[in-house]
Write a protein that binds this ligand. Structure first.
Ligand code: LLP
Length: 427
């Protein structure tokens, strides 16, 4: 595969096609027209793609499998995932508020967080979430002051099994050093479970572990599941939640397992380790559901050709709508949605509009010949941890988000305005 190759079609949302003009269509909508209608930067989500990924997750795990809403949350997304039978994993009172506002029943919401406040716990108890995922002894202390023995509160205990999965490797050290969960090796996890079991008003439903994110190799999950099973079996609990973390392909040449393959590898490892068939095996995929469902459409505003150095192509967004390159060094492709199949022989640096040299979206992007000011430039696989981690740095307003399906686009999050930026000002 040559660097100048067109974008691999597999990186695009599932319903993507190329129309007669050579434009990208998603959900039957011409992306070039969407950019005209809604402006740029614009997140375009393929609704069909979202539905299919949710269905895969529901098929791969037992009832209780949750969508990790930190990856992308708005009311439309929460209600779509819930309508497909997924629970919603929330990690803050804010995420809980959005899921509830979307009409997700509280008993389909799992409440996470390593530092839940008293207020967050009170709300979680009031609305009666499905599970509170216990992360520390301080949280148990806080909960003890809140629960009564009338209506038992269901909890999972987040444990750190002493393993950590990375994108390309699996290591059995390091995970002890974590702000999340309670260590199995030190005995803290067991002590927490025993204490919770002795508390009136608490029902310990199971354990939870999350071993990493953007993990490609399903074998890593299988190995972790085996280690987790050893701790889980003697406890005789109902539910084992293996967290999220399945990786996705971001750039040409990358391949990722499907949600089905991920679930099958975990299930077979658990079975082999002797976990009873009656165990409710759940997970919390985020990225694997939403990442490749979306593309971000930018417009090129400035091109700076520095002879013998490089060409900078500046677009109308940047680190405020996609902080992943600057935070994690994450790679992305760039392509012109008006000529999707064009070869991309030019190497340029795609940058944003922020007052910071590090504001790079793609350090060495392949783009079609003759890229010009006014062209659209898109990055695929931006559906996860893009909008959800978006900021107002430089008081740049957040992009709009549209969902497309069957030839129709609907605006689910409008573009922020300068007036929105002033709503918090009190003097
Ligand atoms: N469950 C728990 C407890 C988690 O901490 C996470 C992610 C998930 C589920 C979902 O993981 P996923 O399936 O999306 O990999 N901002 C980073 C990712 C942080 C993930 C944090 N926890 C990024 O942009 O790569």
């Amino acid at each position: 595969m040559a660097a100048a190759d067109p974008l691999e079609f597999s990186l695009l949302p599932l319903t993507s096609t190329i129309n007669e003009q050579g434009h990208l269509e998603i959900g039957g909508c011409d992306v070039v027209e969407l950019a005209h209608t809604y402006g740029t930067p614009l997140f375009v989500y393929d609704e069909r793609h979202l539905h299919i990924r949710c269905q895969e997750a529901v098929a791969a795990f037992d009832d209780g499998v949750a969508f990790a809403s930190k990856s992308f949350l708005c009311r439309a997304m929460a209600s779509l995932a819930a309508s497909e039978g997924l629970c919603i994993d929330v990690a803050s009172g804010g995420e809980l508020a959005v899921a509830l506002a979307a009409g997700v029943p509280a008993d389909r919401i799992v409440f996470h967080g390593n530092n839940k406040s008293m207020e967050e716990l009170i709300t979680a108890l009031e609305v009666k979430v499905r599970h509170i995922v216990i992360d520390s002894f301080d949280e148990i202390n806080r909960l003890e002051r809140l629960v009564s023995d009338q209506a038992p509160v269901s909890v999972l205990v987040r444990v750190t099994p002493g393993v950590e999965a990375h994108t390309h490797e699996f290591i059995q050290t390091g995970q002890e050093d974590s702000k999340f969960g309670l260590s199995v090796a030190s005995g803290a996890a067991l002590a927490a479970i025993e204490r919770l079991r002795a508390m009136a008003g608490i029902h310990v439903a199971g354990i939870h572990a999350h071993i990493g994110s953007q993990v490609f190799d399903v074998e890593s999950f299988a190995k972790a599941a085996t280690i987790l099973a050893e701790f889980f079996i003697p406890l005789g609990l109902e539910e084992l939640c293996v967290g999220g973390g399945l990786g996705v392909a971001y750039v040409n040449g990358e391949h990722a397992a499907t949600i089905g393959e991920w679930g099958a590898a975990i299930r077979s490892a658990l079975k082999e380790a002797g976990v009873p068939d009656s165990t409710v095996v759940t997970a919390e995929p985020g990225r694997a559901i939403v990442a490749s469902a979306a593309v971000t459409i930018y417009r090129v505003g400035t091109i700076k050709r520095l002879p013998d150095i490089r060409t900078y192509v500046a677009v109308d967004g940047g680190m405020s709508d996609n902080p992943r390159p600057i935070l994690y060094g994450s790679g992305y492709e760039a392509f012109d949605p008006a000529r999707v199949s064009a070869p991309r022989p030019e190497t340029v640096r795609v940058v944003g509009k922020h007052c910071e040299s590090g504001d790079v979206i793609v350090p060495d992007a392949q783009v079609p010949e003759g890229i010009a000011v006014g062209d659209l430039l898109a990055t695929p696989v931006t559906g996860a941890y893009g909008y959800s981690m978006a900021s107002n740095y430089n008081r740049v307003t957040r992009p709009a988000v549209v969902f497309v399906a069957d030839g129709t686009a609907r605006l689910v999050l409008r573009r922020e305005t300068d007036a929105d930026l002033l709503t918090l000002e009190v003097e």
